[in-house]
Design a protein around this ligand. Structure first.
Ligand code: AOF
Ligand code: ZN
Length: 385
């Protein structure tokens, strides 16, 4: 007899699948809630929480804003009833530390919740496993690892910067089939290479990242707004890499009515040569950071760790060629999206300059994680190998 036709096997198998998928259904609910904190909780993680009994959600909550209540507190404050037979689902291990808010583990224990299901451990050294062991020691039944891969992906910015104290870096490139990000003849060129659908996706990304980073060349030549216009979402901070202090301060990014953080990263040498410009930028509210340099170039490791100290946990790098090249040379790219427009451009600016010269075996390699058709474009998505 074929073992799969045995009724007991089928029953057991179905029960296993069912209990796992029930956990997954509620964990996905936590992810959905957590995502509502996109852009507002950083550099904290996005966390959602639901309290369940008999397959029904009794209460839910999420971490709304940096410094505010954690997801578990938000969830439990809306439910005052008895917790007998309940399970609390949360996508990150509950905290044990007294931070800006009291420890979530204490609250879970006070409320007598008998079961907790967690997607992934917290990597914050203040928590890292202590939340799980305190719950277990107190007799709570704790299950860890439900949809763990998705949970780590959801909070990939947090996991990276908690480990390294450096922001997560995503490079976004829009290019032609022949790898050009701008044509040589600019006057007749349309403003965008890629389709409106691709632009919309870029705006969705901007709302997720703490900051958008571009080089001075992009600011001077394209005068971009670098905001979120095509979808709903908050505007990211703007970081300008300008080793020689070439911007004038009159470009759109510096417009006084824009209420967001603008950070200009330059070299100490350029700053002392252009003191008056630095002063007038600072008066406009621009934060000018000065770094030691080599060949007018800022050391990216130093710059990124200073940005992290300013609570920038994730950066979307949007151009241009020299900036892409510098990040590739420094191997500072965690994720890359290339939007390929179905056009051959001929002479123009390539995405990366010849400055990068790796032996093929040592090339800065990536894993291709997805390929999608977006409007008429192809989006190729990579993560660090
Ligand atoms: C949770 N639930 O919803 C979140 C947690 O600065 P604080 O006090 O807000 O603490 C931030 C740390 O707490 C953060 O680094 C991470 O380890 C954890 N975040 N934990 O139990 C939550 N957002
Ligand atoms: Zn907490």
């Amino acid at each position: 007899m074929d073992v799969s036709s045995c009724p007991l096997f089928l029953l057991l198998d179905r029960r296993r699948v069912t209990s796992n998928s029930v956990h997954e259904i509620f964990m996905r609910e936590c992810f959905k809630l957590a995502r509502r904190g996109t852009g507002f909780v950083s550099p904290n993680p996005m966390v959602g929480c639901v309290l369940v009994r008999g397959g029904k959600i009794l209460a839910s909550g999420y971490h709304r804003r940096f410094g505010n209540a954690h997801a578990e507190v938000e969830c439990l404050r809306t439910y005052r009833g008895n917790t007998h037979g309940t399970t609390l689902y949360v996508n990150l291990e509950p905290c044990v530390h007294q931070g800006k808010t009291p420890p979530c583990v204490d609250l879970i224990l006070q409320r007598g919740i008998p079961n907790v299901v967690i997607a992934t451990r917290d990597v914050n050294p203040l928590v890292a496993g202590k939340g799980i062991s305190r719950l277990r020691t107190a007799g709570v039944d704790v299950k860890v690892g439900v949809l763990e891969r998705e949970a780590r992906e959801l909070n990939r910015f947090f996991f990276k910067h908690m480990r390294t104290r450096m922001p997560y870096v995503h490079v976004k490139i829009a290019q032609t089939l022949d790898g050009k990000i701008a044509p040589a003849r600019k006057r007749s060129a349309p403003r965008y290479l890629t389709s409106p659908d691709s632009l919309k996706l870029v705006h969705i990304s901007r709302a997720e990242y703490d900051a958008v980073l571009v080089g001075a060349g992009t600011i001077i030549e394209d005068d971009p707004q670098l905001n979120v216009r095509l979808v709903k979402g908050r505007d990211p901070a703007v970081i300008i890499l300008d080793g020689r202090l070439r911007v004038s301060g009159k470009e759109k990014t510096f417009a006084a009515k824009i209420q967001r953080q603008v950070i200009l990263c330059t070299t100490a040498k350029a700053a002392s040569a252009h003191r008056r410009k630095v002063e007038s930028l600072r008066q406009k509210g621009v934060r000018v950071l000065e770094f030691a340099s080599r060949n007018s170039r800022i050391d990216l490791t130093t710059m990124l760790s200073s940005l992290y100290d300013l609570r920038i946990g994730s950066v979307l790098v949007e151009g241009g060629r020299d900036v892409f090249t510098q990040f590739a040379e420094a191997r500072m790219i965690d994720e890359m999206s290339i939007f390929v427009a179905p056009k051959v451009c001929g002479s123009g600016t390539p995405a990366f300059s010849d400055g990068v010269s790796f032996e093929l075996g040592e090339a800065f390699g990536f894993k291709t994680t997805a390929v999608q058709k977006i409007g008429d474009d192809t989006l190729i998505h990579f993560s660090k190998a």
